[in-house]
Design a protein around this ligand. Structure first.
Ligand code: PLP
Length: 398
């Protein structure tokens, strides 16, 4: 049976002198023994030969290979941010006149890129409830190129039925692109039928909130297209990851399985205890979550249901008071982003999802009182729960 972390475990690269970590490429450019060889490489890629670091460099190649192992894709390519991975993928797949069908609950930056940016280039977006397969099918036409969703959505933690959406996409010759940022290791979307997986490596995969990075996992053919010298969106838009960062992310990737287990264990504990307090809680590990069984049917066993949860405390003023108290009580930080070893919390309607207009947020159930948590790696989660409970009491949530 495929296990993503065992697949990464088998990825061993020696450094130049037998170092246990691969050597870091400290060069933007590479020498050639002859001008003919240089010309040859401009015409087609040759394994093990490098031209210029915006195109490829050995360190970025190592991290890309490790990501491909994790997602069980033929190939992968790293980028300077999750948004760079997403934007280059979509710009590679679409042209003026193309249409994209996207889940309406997605990260606010992706939503803004779709809604405000792509239409400037003649690309049309349809936002849809990704649970509603009939609605997706109805929107497909000859111009549709892509169905886009997040495996576990930001911030409402809805689960996309990847096998069913993939069947729809395949029947109509479309590409299914899945953002797997919230669920690395937990879900393997390509094995479930997705064509392309995008990641913000900034989050769980790096895990130390010290850099911004992204990745695209896909077929050899698609990665070649992305990096093509003459027409590749990644190559020509140029959002390349720095090699020193690629090296540090690769080291962190090797402990991802341990971290994901602990994030999930802690989130499950808090979610169950919040639910016992009668709070309105969104967490896919709860049996009351509408897609709990669906996630169970798709997930790789042993990594839990993830480190993200959301709590609806009714209104923004209460949410703000609660977050301020939790930061004072050292539960974690009032900060956007996720996947850090400390707990982070933020109000999505006024931060990472603020790009989504209020009327649409209301329509999708993204309440003003929603607090999104990225649960940390706390060793004593019971103590953390007691601290949160104190804050909930003091802000009259319970
Ligand atoms: N996808 C998801 C689900 C995210 O939460 C984010 C950022 O918050 C991104 C993509 C964008 O990633 P980055 O900030 O690395 O560009």
């Amino acid at each position: 049976m495929f296990d993503p972390s065992s697949s990464i475990q088998d990825f061993l690269v020696f450094g130049e002198f037998g170092d246990v970590n691969p050597s870091i490429t400290d060069s933007s450019t590479f020498t050639f023994m002859t001008p003919e060889r240089m010309e040859e490489l401009f015409e087609h890629e040759i394994e093990g030969c490098f031209l210029y670091s915006r195109h490829w460099n050995p360190t970025n190649k190592y991290l890309s290979k490790a990501l491909a192992r994790m997602e069980d894709s033929e190939s992968a390519q790293v980028a300077a941010s999750g948004m760079a991975a997403i934007s280059s993928t979509l710009l590679q797949l679409c042209e003026s006149g193309s249409e994209i069908i996207s889940a309406h609950t997605i990260y606010g930056g992706t939503y803004a890129f779709f809604k405000n940016f792509l239409p400037r280039f003649g690309i049309k977006i349809h936002f849809v409830d990704i649970q509603n397969l009939a609605a997706i099918e109805k929107l497909i036409n000859d111009r549709t190129r892509v169905i886009y969703c997040e495996s576990i959505s930001n911030p409402l933690l809805e689960i996309a039925d990847i096998p069913k959406i993939s069947a729809l996409a395949k029947a109509r010759g479309l590409r299914l692109v899945v953002d797997n940022t919230f669920s690395p290791l937990i879900l393997s979307p390509i094995r479930l039928g997705a064509d392309i997986v995008v990641h913000s490596l900034t989050k769980f995969i790096n895990g130390t909130s010290d850099c911004v990075a992204g990745g695209v996992c896909a077929s050899d053919e698609f990665v070649h297209k992305l990096t093509d010298i003459n027409s590749g969106a990644a190559m020509l838009l140029g959002a390349v990851l720095d090699s020193t960062r690629a090296a540090s992310i690769l080291k962190n990737l090797h402990s991802l399985h341990l971290r994901m287990r602990q994030h999930s264990r802690n989130a499950q504990f808090l979610a169950e205890n919040f639910q016992n307090l009668g709070l309105k809680i969104f967490y896919p590990g709860l049996t009351t979550h509408p897609q709990h069984e669906l996630l169970g049917s798709m997930m790789n066993k042993g990594y839990g249901f993830g480190g993200m949860l959301a709590l609806d405390v009714g209104n923004l003023a209460t949410a703000n008071r609660l977050m301020t108290r939790m930061q004072e009580e050292k539960v974690g930080y009032l900060a956007v982003s996720l996947g850090y070893f400390k707990t982070l919390f933020s109000p999505p309607g006024h931060s990472t999802s603020s790009e989504i207009p209020k009327a649409e947020r209301d329509a999708i159930g993204l309440s003003e009182g929603l607090v999104r948590f990225s649960i940390g790696l706390d060793n004593d989660i019971e103590h953390t729960f007691e601290r949160i409970k104190k804050c909930l009491r003091e802000t009259a949530v319970i």
